[in-house]
Design a protein around this ligand. Sequence first.
Ligand SMILES: [Zn+2]
Length: 424
Amino acid sequence: MNTPVESAKKATLILKDAAQLLTCAGSNPSHLEVLADGWVVITGDRIAGVGQGAKALEVFRHTSGLDFSNPEEVSLTGKVLAPGFVDCHTHLVFGGSRVDEYVAKLPRGDAESLKKRGIPTGLAASMAMTRAETEEALVESAGHRLKNLMSSGVTTAEIKSGYGFTAEHELKQLRVIQKLKALQPVDLHATFLGAHGWPPDMTKEAYMDILMSEMIPEVGRSGLATACDVWCDDGYYTAAESGKILSKALDFGMKPKIHTDAYSLIGGSELAIEMGMLSADHLNYTTYDIMEKMAAAGIPGVLLPGTDFNVQHPVLTQPGLMLKAGMTLALATNLNPGNYVESMAWILVLACRRHGMTPEEAIRAATIGGALALGLQEDRGSIEVGKRADLQVWSTDRYENIIYRQGANLVEMVIKNGQPIVSR
Ligand SMILES: [Zn+2]
């Protein structure tokens, strides 16, 4: 009898000659490791080798023990190779359009006229338009947004529900995310955000009763969301209410995360520390002593410069202070009807120009930072051996151009699980 011999793993794809390979490895959030003349060897969906220089690649071919009989080889001369972006905060499943509201609220727009013209605004408007759409229509519109994100280098995204405000309509949004998982290659992580607010025809207390007794149990049992989110701010949910909601969600297997300190400081970020949340997001009003506590507790902060820009927020988040306090940071698009941002590069521009991040910090926050905020840092977010081969190629030889050259999409190739998914 023959003894089965395990055959050597096949090298399936080699990306080589990159002008710069950004590993995003290491624990210093301000230091970006850059390999000149960089290469990556991929086996299936994993990174099997990383290095620099043609000589080192030749050595790797002969010493790695991999089967190099038939890999595809792509030369990236004059280009930058980076990890795929991890967009850890989006609300990209929604119905209708709020473009009239956006235009009316521009500096020379006529916001007063919205009422006269009978145009509903804000969360209530998105609730009505999302409830009115079929699951198929939502899959279609969200699929287009996701495709645009993917073309901007995103290989993993988080999507929240939160425009339904009934079990039926929240589950509809979560099923849309489930369907999108099967229809396209970007990895999706679904979050239940029933506590985004409450419907206009109900008091907060009445809605919270339904949320606690019906919605969280039903969503939990459906298995359609791995995390639960709440908006904890003045005019939304208090820290005590948020704690109750998220504890209930935890009982049903959903990990807690939070929108907080965006417009007030009422204890949301401290709750994030107390509950050991996946992340705390927004953080405009977070004080330095809380930043230090978040750092000590290892709670990542998710910054959303697109929102600060689009709502003309008077208090910008301060990533410089947060990094000084020792926090881990992520950058995300927060793609939603009031902040229609489908480009991670634009988020990097804003993070650097308006919030004072360095290009190195911003690139790390959009890759390994996003992975940390989703609890996926062991699996992706950097170019390291053993990690998922989620990568992107920029048509430039210097990474700073992703921030300098604004409005153009420099992403010319995106690779997900070792397979090209975007090629321009
Ligand atoms: Zn949000």
